[in-house]
Write a protein of this length. Structure first.
Lengths: 654, 179
């Protein structure tokens, strides 16, 4: 009964979403306030019904209702409650439902927190978001219904992919989706502004905080994914340039360009149509990311052939959303004129360079991810674009980015004096370069230019960012939260670069064959293998190796890597054991049992790997700080008083 | 810099790029990936007769019958052929019968190339204008066809054989023929 109610709620939500996407737009066109005012209640009701559907599916998981096909495929009787709740988004149908739920959450957030937005604009924004929702709900109802029943119901279900049974992965998809879907707000604002034909700096002001929150979520979501892969996959790596990762990285890169471009548009009224285009692009890549990961195309293009209805729907949906908005852009952006004047050496130019760098990176990832798919689709063969390509591309991108990062924030809007910036920058530049290149010497007596440049880059970013901060403090300038947010996020990049550079250069890894009682030395740590024991988990049994770690004659801890067999399908999983500190990780993964009581094993020493995630946390936190700035709220209030008159442009010295 | 009004082309550029992508994707999805390997596989090698490159006389499809043979399409202007040449030589040393199909090439250039890099071919047929290659469904050089004792095409490799995956796939089929 309850699953049917869930299904029914989904259908009602679908109907509401259609109304919400049409009626407010008609209202906006006719300036009919009755129709316009329908947008908000429609958004709230839609959220209510999508929430109801979501709750119904969760309930089916909790009470083991195996007559629901999706539940029987992704859970079983022994699966812990935590993984039954997260099982809802463990596969295709449920993650679409989660997507829709998050979309309706963002929609009501916009409806509630932007009360002082001009009503017409608000109606258009909510209508655009409803259109996206309509697409997703239709996709679910017509091709991927999560409430489909099976008869007779099995006595026990299969199981949730064991790879997904990890606390990190419980929150990874929701965070990622919060980011993906969050970009829909910027997208909706951009499309609404295009529809209204008034593409001034105001839309940038409205959508800026939303975009930054979405970006923070996405940053955190990607970091969680990387953290999960490191913990669970047993390869000791933190980023694999895997198409699934790339699918989330592309919107991040474009989103990063977008939050910087929005700054130019809001403050100086420049790059307006470019910013709109970025907003469309960021969300388009989010959609593409959702679909290519979920449709199975990445595993093989044959996935489309096996379920043509889904493939065709996805393609049609992408064409309507992306093609439609780009068409609207082509039609409407003719009237857009950017007024602000600036010289070549100005913050505008620096932000433009930032955009070029991030878009170059995004293009590189796009080509590397899509090219193998295209080649496969045309049957030319199976190729994969791997690490060397991406690593090379990103080393090229990193150098100009880090250099820019040290200068950009200090440069003033409109135009600045090159000598003023150069005077201090050159000093820091040389200091960073000297110390950076010396560091590899101090660590292991060896010149290593690439590593040295990595350290130098991080140092340069950190020094210049902090210098600017202290200068402002000493001049008693007011420090806004958004400025502090930027400082924190930029320092995060320095922390991240230190982590990556150190880990890449100084990690040690060793594949070993160990018999109980033997030991092995790696980077000053002695791994003593004690033996393997059987361990019972809630829904798995495992071989657990006991490895004592000794350093300088003292025991510093135990590593207990496991090889688990999950009870459902008998899926094996390695569960690495990691001894973590801020400056180094010791990592052990258990392999196969070999003859003579020996086990294959892989041990790693990973210096400063934690800094990689620490850096991303800085970035996330920086984004959240920037959003908390009270100027967004104050400005909104001031503006609402005269929301009916056109907002004057910052024309500078035009 | 300033007062920039987007031109018509600049406004439509994103839409155009996206349309091209979509067309590409749509075409890709309608193709059944399983059909793409040459339709000639499982069929007898197309009939042909071509003059030999290095000696007097000619080479025809009848000369393929009786042995397991690799027909390697190459040309002196083809960079990837140079890349795969060591692999071809290796196969030749292993006793594989390899016939060259010299594709759209000048005889003097081809001979010079062989003199410099070595000649692993048992015989080389010269397809000066590439007409025979059309019958064989050649997209470009290098390509390699595996022909069984009955003169039937069993496998086709597009691109250089130095690619490990392609090489392995070819070897797998060849092993079944030699049994």
């Amino acid at each position: 009964m309850i699953p049917e109610l869930g299904h029914f709620a989904l259908i009602i939500a679908f109907a509401i979403s259609i109304v919400q996407s049409i009626v407010p737009l008609i209202g906006a066109a006719k300036n009919d306030s009755a129709l316009i005012s329908m947008a908000r209640p429609a958004a709230l009701t839609q959220f209510l019904f999508v929430g109801l559907a979501y709750a119904a599916l969760t309930q089916a998981f909790i009470v083991h209702d195996f007559s629901v096909l999706y539940v029987s495929r992704h859970s079983n009787l022994v699966q812990p409650l935590m993984y039954r709740i997260s099982g809802v988004w463990g596969s295709h149908e449920g993650s679409l439902l989660l997507w829709s739920l998050i979309l309706s959450l963002w929609t009501i957030a916009v409806a509630i927190y932007s009360r002082n937005l001009p009503e017409i604009l608000m109606a258009r924004v909510l209508a655009v978001m409803a259109m996206i929702s309509t697409g997703f709900l239709a996709f679910m109802l017509f091709t991927s219904n999560p409430f489909e029943r099976i008869f007779p119901a099995p006595l026990d279900g299969s199981e949730l992919n064991p790879l997904l049974q990890d606390p990190g992965l419980i929150i990874h998809p929701p965070m990622l989706y919060m980011g993906y879907v969050g970009f829909s707000v910027a997208f909706a604002f951009a499309v609404a502004a295009l529809l209204g034909g008034k593409l001034d700096a105001t839309w940038a002001r409205w959508s800026r905080p939303w975009t930054t929150i979405a970006w923070s979520f996405l940053t955190f979501g990607i970091a969680l994914g990387s953290w999960w892969a490191y913990n669970e996959l047993g390869w000791g790596g933190w980023w694999f340039w895997d198409p699934v990762e790339n699918a989330s990285f592309m919107p991040w890169l474009v989103g990063t360009a977008l939050i910087h471009s929005l700054a130019s548009t809001e403050k100086r009224g420049v790059f307006k149509s470019w910013t709109v285009l970025l907003a469309i692009l960021a969300f388009s890549l989010s959609l593409l990311g959702t679909f290519i990961v979920r449709s199975g195309v990445l595993v093989s293009v044959h996935a489309f052939a096996t379920d043509p209805a889904r493939g065709v729907f996805i393609l049609a949906f992408l064409v309507v959303v992306i093609g439609g908005s780009l068409g609207l852009y082509a039609w409407r952006s003719a009237t857009v004129v950017s007024y602000g004047r600036f010289t070549w050496f100005s913050k505008e130019t620096a932000l433009l360079l930032n955009n070029i760098i991030f878009l170059t990176a995004a293009t590189a990832v796009f080509v590397g991810t899509m090219y193998p798919l295209v080649v496969d689709a045309f049957g030319i063969g199976k190729i994969s674009v791997g690490r060397p390509y991406f690593d090379t591309m990103f080393s090229f991108v990193a150098i100009p980015l880090l250099i820019l990062l040290g200068v950009g924030p200090a440069v003033r809007w409109k135009g600045d004096n090159v000598a003023r910036i150069a005077k201090v920058s050159i000093f820091f530049f040389i200091i960073s370069l000297v110390i950076g290149l010396l560091l590899p010497f101090l660590i292991e007596d060896k010149l290593n230019v690439a590593t040295g440049l990595g350290f130098a880059g991080a140092l340069w970013v950190a020094l210049t960012t902090l210098k600017e901060l202290f200068e402002r403090i000493s001049k008693k300038l007011k420090l806004s939260l958004s400025y502090i947010g930027m400082v924190v996020a930029h320092l995060g990049i320095a922390v991240f670069v230190v982590g990556v550079t150190t880990t890449v250069t100084y990690s040690e890894e060793k594949d070993l064959r160990m018999v109980p009682g033997s030991s092995y030395n790696i980077s000053g740590y002695e791994f003593r293998f004690q033996g393997v024991r059987k361990v019972n988990g809630p829904n798995y049994i495992a071989d657990e190796a006991v490895i004592e770690v000794w350093r300088g004659g003292e025991k510093s801890g135990d590593l207990l890597p496991q090889k688990r067999i999950y009870s459902g399908k008998g899926n094996p999983m390695t569960d690495a054991s990691i001894d973590k500190t801020l400056f180094r990780d010791l990592y052990a993964a258990l392999g196969e049992e070999l003859e003579g009581g020996a086990w294959s094993m892989r041990v790693y020493y990973k210096p400063m790997i934690r800094w990689i995630w620490l850096g991303t946390l800085f970035m996330t936190f920086g984004g959240l700080l920037a959003v908390s700035d009270k100027r967004y709220r104050q400005k909104a209030k001031r503006k609402s008083a005269r929301s009916l008159e056109p907002v004057s442009e910052a024309t500078g010295n035009a | 810099m300033g007062n920039v009004q987007p031109t018509l082309l600049r406004r439509f550029m994103p839409l155009i790029i996206f349309s091209v992508l979509v067309i590409f994707l749509a075409v890709g999805l309608t193709l059944n990936p399983r059909e793409v390997p040459s339709p000639l596989i499982g069929k007898p090698a197309p009939e042909f007769e071509l003059p030999l490159l290095l000696q007097e006389g000619s080479f025809s499809n009848k000369d393929l019958i009786g042995h397991v043979t690799l027909v390697n399409v190459w040309a002196s202007w083809c960079f990837a052929c140079r890349q795969e040449h060591e692999t071809i030589k290796y196969l030749s040393r292993q006793g594989v019968r390899i016939i060259g199909l010299n594709y759209k090439d000048e005889a003097s250039d081809a001979k010079q190339w062989l003199a410099k890099l070595g000649n692993p071919y048992q015989a080389i047929a010269a397809d000066r204008d590439g007409r025979i290659a059309i019958d064989w469904g050649v997209y470009g050089a290098p390509e390699t066809f595996l022909i069984d004792q009955q003169g039937i095409i069993r496998h086709k490799v597009i691109g250089p054989l130095s690619d490990q995956a392609k090489f392995d796939a070819l070897m797998t089929v060849m092993e079944t023929l030699n049994k």
